[in-house]
Design a protein around this ligand. Sequence first.
Ligand code: RB5
Length: 163
Amino acid sequence: MKVAVGSDHAGFEYKEIVKKHLEQKGYQVIDKGTYSTESVDYPVYGEAVARAVASGEADRGIVICGTGIGISIAANKVKGVRAALCTNEYMARMARKHNDANVLAFGARVLGIDVALGIVDEFFSTEFEGGRHERRVNLIKKIEKKIFNIQEVCLIVRARQRG
Ligand code: RB5
């Protein structure tokens, strides 16, 4: 399985540890940055990981910032991405079982590294349950379709207006 990982400066050190952890378990890791603790803007890395997952370059993603909030919000703007901000193993398990989350988010300033690695392991060892949960995930996809169709129509109209 290919896993795209990304963080801002606040999540950089955890990203490096998570990367090694995943590689030791045999996952192929695609690092979308950042590559140091120099201050950067988390949306850039949330989007990069989300696009990797949405395009199929990666099967899953992990995004890390200080709280996990900003970078998960950014990742969730990309169509096809269901990023789940988790603070414990139960949430990680349910994010997979019930929400078929394809991106895991957490905050490096919120969790100890051992808790974070436990969350990662739970996320990667749990399958989507399907059934009634599939119906609900499909409703999420329906919302995406509405939003993106409107955006596409707006782009076409604007392009026509410009000639
Ligand atoms: C960076 O200081 C911090 O705002 C960021 O890592 C994150 O917590 C935002 O949601």
